[in-house]
Design a binder for this molecule. Structure first.
Ligand SMILES: O=C(O)C[C@H]1C=CC(=O)O1
Length: 96
């Protein structure tokens, strides 16, 4: 199952710089592990914003929820999820 996910990060300005840096480091490690697993298929920065557009390929909505809600930055993100299905006019024969 494919999901388009937008994540907008809002770290509180009062958060100490070292704490924010550590949070981002742990987040990066987790995001890269999920990408290596094939579950987090695409990760793109939205130009000019502390936001990303991602494509997840998971087995269920519950799996997606668990994946997203256990991200270290989850408490500081606004997240929008859009389920995707094949477009009847698509000429691609895969979903890559
Ligand atoms: O920077 C972000 O967009 C937030 C989050 C998503 C992946 C990652 O490494 O951090």
């Amino acid at each position: 199952m494919l999901f388009h996910v937008r994540m907008d990060v809002n770290l509180p300005p009062s958060m100490p710089e070292a704490e924010a840096a550590e949070l981002k480091r742990v987040e990066r490690d987790k995001a890269q592990a999920l990408q290596a697993s094939g579950k987090w298929r695409h990760l793109w920065r939205i130009a000019g914003q502390y936001s990303n557009i991602s494509l997840f390929d998971v087995d269920s909505v519950d799996e997606l929820h668990t994946m997203i809600s256990t991200l270290p930055l989850f408490p500081y993100m606004t997240i929008q999820v859009m389920p995707l299905c094949r477009h009847p006019s698509s000429i691609r024969d895969d979903d890559k």
